[in-house]
Design a protein around this ligand. Structure first.
Ligand SMILES: Nc1ncnc2c1ncn2[C@@H]1O[C@H](COP(=O)(O)OP(=O)(O)OP(=O)(O)O)[C@@H](O)[C@H]1O
Ligand SMILES: [Mg+2]
Length: 317
């Protein structure tokens, strides 16, 4: 146990955006997030996008006036149609991209003058395309690269590599060449490389793409664990089931703008279906089925089954 709060009560109702309350102590009271060694305990910075617009050099306008605040320790899924600006948005978190206009702030500090290498100690970004991230000829060397750049060496480095590979189920592949792994396992390797850095903020760009049920479950566990430890977890996904089950807040993007932002039962609730479908998104099946059967907001299978059981109990009594 890393000394963080009591972990995540998944049965608790998801908190609303902007008023993210959970049972954990404030991040500033937790220790060990992103720790670089015994005794060091950097807090988890808040994130703020302040009227951020971004255009690529060819003139493509990818973000328009984004205003978004993500508090310390939130779990946020970003969803939206292809090309809506999701990846562009998260690439602003670690300085890979800088706003054309507007500001990105970490704990109130504009990140513009902060070098990418320094931002890397706060934000770990797992790329959408792992092949843009991986470069080493050996799995263990790949995973060691990030933490080594943060100044981690020796036994601590070995332990981080071992733990990160174990967390994604690649512990038996430490000596393998990453390019001998299939796409789905290269995705997991890219995730392990970021996990090994133990950054207070984790940003995962489509972590479940290409994963079978076991792979999705691993990613779900990674998200739950990081969130339970008090880190901020942000993930882009097209998998609404994963989003509904793993995140407390959902941000929907369309054409470079945020069009919905709230707890899963609100964003996937019937009142939002029109907006979702305008963004080429389908609400999770349990939401639709729950609404059709008059069961109320049932965004996850577990919530749907529980609501059905409650109704069955009421009928048989
Ligand atoms: N390097 C680039 N140069 C020019 N335009 C780009 C570049 N990368 C992305 N774009 C454009 O910027 C817009 C936003 O792209 P982005 O990759 O952020 O979308 P996305 O929501 O992540 O999409 P997807 O779901 O397909 O991953 C799109 O119009 C895309 O074509
Ligand atoms: Mg993308």
């Amino acid at each position: 146990m890393s000394g963080f709060g009591p972990g995540v009560d998944r049965s608790a109702p998801a908190a609303s955006a902007g008023a993210f309350a959970d049972s954990r102590p404030p991040a500033s009271d937790r220790s060990g997030v992103g720790s670089t060694g015994p005794g060091s305990a950097p807090a988890v910075p808040s994130i703020e996008f302040e009227a951020v617009s971004f255009a690529y050099p060819d003139g493509t306008r990818a973000l328009s006036q984004i205003g978004l605040r993500i508090g310390s320790g939130e779990s946020v899924a970003i969803v939206g149609q292809n090309g809506s600006g999701k990846s562009t948005l998260v690439r602003h978190l670690n300085g890979l991209l800088r706003p054309t206009t507007g500001r990105v702030l970490l704990d109130g500090n504009d990140v513009r003058p902060i070098h990418v290498a320094r931002l890397a100690s706060s934000v770990g970004l797992a790329f959408q395309n792992p092949d843009c991230q991986l470069f080493s000829g050996r799995v263990s060397t790949e995973v060691a690269f990030g933490p080594r750049n943060l100044g981690i060496h020796g036994g601590e480095l070995e332990e981080r590599v071992r733990a990160a590979l174990e967390e994604v189920g690649l512990d038996a592949e430490a000596s393998t060449n990453p390019y001998d792994l299939g796409y789905s396992r290269r995705k997991l390797l890219a995730l392990a490389s970021v996990l090994a850095m133990r950054t207070p903020i984790l940003a995962l760009d489509e972590p479940t793409t290409g994963q079978d049920a076991r792979g999705v479950a691993r990613v779900r566990d990674v998200v739950a664990r990081a969130f339970g430890e008090g880190r901020t977890v942000i993930a882009i996904s097209h998998d609404m089931r994963f989003v509904a089950e793993s995140f407390r807040r959902v941000v929907v993007m369309r054409e470079g703008c945020i069009v919905l932002d709230g707890a899963p039962d609100v964003v996937f609730g019937e009142a939002a279906w029109g907006e979702l479908r305008a963004s080429y998104l389908e609400p999770p099946l349990p939401s639709v089925a729950g609404a059709r059967l008059g069961l109320g907001a049932t965004v996850t299978e577990a919530a749907f089954v529980a609501a059905l059981e409650r109704r069955a109990g009421t009928i048989s009594r």
